[in-house]
Design a protein around this ligand. Structure first.
Ligand code: NAG
Ligand code: NAG
Ligand code: NAG
Ligand code: NAG
Ligand code: NAG
Ligand code: NAG
Ligand code: NAG
Length: 523
């Protein structure tokens, strides 16, 4: 905590003694938002727009250079655009008359340090205060993000100290339900507490009582797998091995894990991993020609189209629980309008265009790869990639999170009830404080246009429902995620998990899985 505080003070700035008024000066590097718009109320956003970080070498003689982030993640870029869409839609609607919502969206790079920089910048609002008097007020009223549990815990801890609500669309660690540690945290994605139980029920249902387990060595994987192993024990399922992988693990380490998998007798493998680590693992699985495994996946990667197309021969037949599919009217049209023409100076929009269309705005250093120049008239609707993918699951969670904040502001301005019985806070639009929005988020309960009811339980968690999806090849030999069942934690225990009766594709030879189960099932 002491270290955290030091980092915070470093970013927030110091009070200079110039003139009579205390001036804010910034220490360290300024953090600039990728997208920003002013409003009466401001919502911050932190997404993993770039998935790779590179640390600069430390010399201990200069201020360390910030991490550089590279490799744009198109799905995360879509999350950011979905947030902008939701805010514009609310701005256009009658939900908040006479109030405009602004936003500030940062890149957290999926890494703790950039996320801390982003959240500090969001809380201190340095762009506004540098060179001016320190207002001592946070710049944003709520923060949407992040996409990983580890970075979300770090961000929520600091935001909690300032009563700023944090709503994650994708952080599922059960640890975040602890309201003593994360008093201002909410999420629109179910806690892994439920997913782990659902996975145990699934494995039991198909008679796989002898399984291997593999996880990311971070909050997401460790907490999720610990809960799964506990729930599996209750269901009478035994774990043959339990291995971990980190994004930064050396190749030999990953090869060792893959050889454990290939030597094991269980052919069913439960993988509680984030999509980035899954990619690293599968690269090695492919190198070692390991096929015929029945993969059971966690929601972080179970609907990842990139993995599905790259590793279709390994992953055909995969099963796992996914966030329910949803349709957000108007979002696709909005996404198809995104491009450099919206803001010629935005380097991220240009980078997005280059990656999407394989063109360049200016010649690269090595001239020979200079093939096509971006014209700006390329058409997004002709493209099929994770940005234009309309099978919305997590994006809908971003959409719902923004609406939950807006609805709370609406309730606040209309003097409605807060989460506490008989407590009302009334305020006017010029003096809305994050802590007031927080009180109303706790009691928010409303129906979305899409028909979904939004509310949070006392832990800040939403209703826990999942689709059971199965990876099947369609006629075009493309992988599709077919819904073959569902899980609803609100139903009585014996009704929570059910199959729809749709055909299921199994990995490899289904008989093999059954034989293994016979040999080891009762051991
Ligand atoms: C909200 O609407 C107002 C007035 O129509 C406009 O000036 C403002 O730019 C809009 N804000 C956003 C975030 O779209
Ligand atoms: C909001 O209204 C403006 C002006 O009418 C329109 O151009 C824009 O597409 C609308 N945005 C959304 C998300 O509905
Ligand atoms: C919006 O502002 C106008 C002019 O300031 C005012 O007459 C009107 O009552 C306001 N509406 C609401 C719902 O506050
Ligand atoms: C995997 O299969 C390919 C082609 O069938 C082969 O060239 C390669 O040596 C195999 N690798 C291993 C590790 O068995
Ligand atoms: C883009 O940047 C240039 C140079 O910094 C500036 O003159 C121009 O006004 C900017 N354009 C927009 C749309 O912000
Ligand atoms: C889950 O079950 C509860 C309780 O029966 C029900 O109210 C809710 O609509 C169900 N959710 C879904 C998505 O089916
Ligand atoms: C399942 O597969 C069988 C055989 O291929 C087919 O006859 C049947 O219609 C399929 N059922 C469903 C629900 O798709």
């Amino acid at each position: 905590m002491a270290l955290l505080w030091l980092v915070f003070m470093g970013v927030l700035g110091v009070f200079g003694a110039e003139g009579d008024q205390a001036l804010c000066r910034m220490l360290g590097y300024p953090e600039f938002p990728l997208f920003t718009k002013e409003g009466d109320v401001t919502i911050g956003g932190v997404f993993t727009i770039h998935g790779k970080t590179t640390e600069q070498p430390l010399f201990f003689t200069d201020t360390p250079q910030p991490l550089t982030c590279s490799s744009i993640d198109l799905r995360e870029f879509r999350f950011a655009q979905t947030m902008i869409f939701a805010i514009e839609e609310i701005n256009n609607s009658s939900l908040l008359p006479n109030i405009s919502i602004g936003y500030r969206i940062y890149d957290g790079c999926g890494s703790t340090l950039p996320c801390m920089h982003a959240s500090m910048a969001l809380m201190s609002g340095q762009e506004r205060t540098v060179g001016k008097s320190c207002l001592g007020q946070s710049a944003v009223h709520a923060i949407i993000g992040t996409s990983e549990s580890s970075t979300t815990t770090a961000m929520s801890q600091s935001a909690g100290a300032f009563q700023i609500p944090v709503i994650s669309h994708f952080a599922t660690c059960a640890c975040l339900s602890n309201k003593k540690e994360f008093p201002t945290f909410f999420r629109t994605i179910p806690s892994d507490f439920y997913q782990s139980r659902a996975l145990a029920k699934l494995v039991k249902h198909f008679g796989w009582t002898w399984v291997g387990a593999i996880r990311s060595d971070n909050d997401y994987g460790n907490y999720g797998m610990a809960d799964f192993i506990k729930a599996a024990g209750v269901e009478g399922v035994c774990i043959e091995y339990s291995e971990t992988i980190l994004l930064t693990s050396p190749r030999e380490q990953i090869a060792k894990v893959v050889s454990v998998i290939s030597r094991a007798s269980s052919k069913v493998l439960v993988s509680f991993m984030s999509q980035l680590e899954m990619e690293v693992l599968l690269e090695e699985v492919q190198a070692q020609n390991l096929t015929g495994l029945q993969w059971v996946g966690s929601e972080s990667w179970i609907t990842d189209t990139q993995l599905a197309s790259r590793y279709s021969s390994i992953l055909s037949g995969t099963l796992g629980f996914a966030i329910r599919k949803a349709a957000v009217p108007g979002l696709r049209e909005f996404l198809l309008r995104v491009g450099p023409s919206q803001d010629a100076n935005n380097t991220l929009l240009r980078e997005f265009w280059e990656v999407t269309f394989g063109c360049r705005w200016s010649p690269p250093k090595e001239q020979e790869s200079w093939q096509s120049k971006c014209s700006g008239t390329e058409k997004l609707k002709d493209i099929n990639n994770p940005f234009t993918d309309t099978e919305l699951r997590i994006s809908n969670n971003v959409y719902k999170a923004v609406y939950a904040v807006a609805q709370s502001i609406h309730d606040l301005l209309t003097c409605g009830h807060t989460g506490e019985q008989d407590v009302r806070i009334c305020t006017d639009r010029d003096s809305i404080k994050p802590g007031e929005i927080l009180s109303y988020l706790r009691g928010v309960n409303f129906l979305m246009k899409t028909g979904e009811r939004i509310y949070f339980d006392e832990n800040g968690d939403p209703e826990a429902t999942y689709d059971l999806v199965n990876w099947q090849r369609n006629e075009a030999e493309e992988m599709s995620f077919v819904t073959v069942g569902y899980y609803n934690a609100s139903l009585p225990n014996h009704n929570q998990f059910a199959l729809t009766g749709a055909n299921i594709t199994w990995a490899g030879d289904p008989l093999k899985v059954l034989i293994i189960q016979k040999n080891y099932g009762s051991s």
